[in-house]
Design a protein around this ligand. Sequence first.
Ligand code: ZN
Length: 187
Amino acid sequence: MPAPRFCPQCGGAGLQLRLPVGETHERLLCERCGYIHYSNPKIIAGCIIEQAGQYLLCQRAIAPRPGTWTLPAGFMESGETTEQAALRETWEESGVRAKIVSPYSIFSVPQISEVYIIFRAQALEVTRDFGPETLACRFFAPADIPWESIYYPAIRQILERYIQEREAGIYGIYMGNDATGTLHFMR
Ligand code: ZN
């Protein structure tokens, strides 16, 4: 996230990196009015939706990596729950109305201060009426998934795991970062 050049509170240009009293992280502080700029991770919520052994993927129309295929997902808005955000993004990017089944993958990407929360979801209605952030959108059988054009390795891992777990008939919940983590199974 780019740091502001001017104080959002007073418009002053004297933002300095300082350690506020009693805090553990340096923040941009306004020397004029005392404003403290907090920069916290962004949450991206999305869904993995499987229907009759096929998986819903959207082809990105926008940067980063336009043309690659990914799960419907996007930045959570203020005032939403993560589930609402995941379902709204799924609707906007794929035209699929869905309902949440369970959490499926919670992974952090600390290098870029992002947290992904991916839910298992079930399609209720497939309208094919998707928004401008998507070039194309369809359900793929595993053998037809464009594996070499998946947006991001962590998304590919989610798909690979789901395909394996569906065959085994038991679904785990992943927690970790985008490279390593642990799978949790509950009885
Ligand atoms: Zn200020």
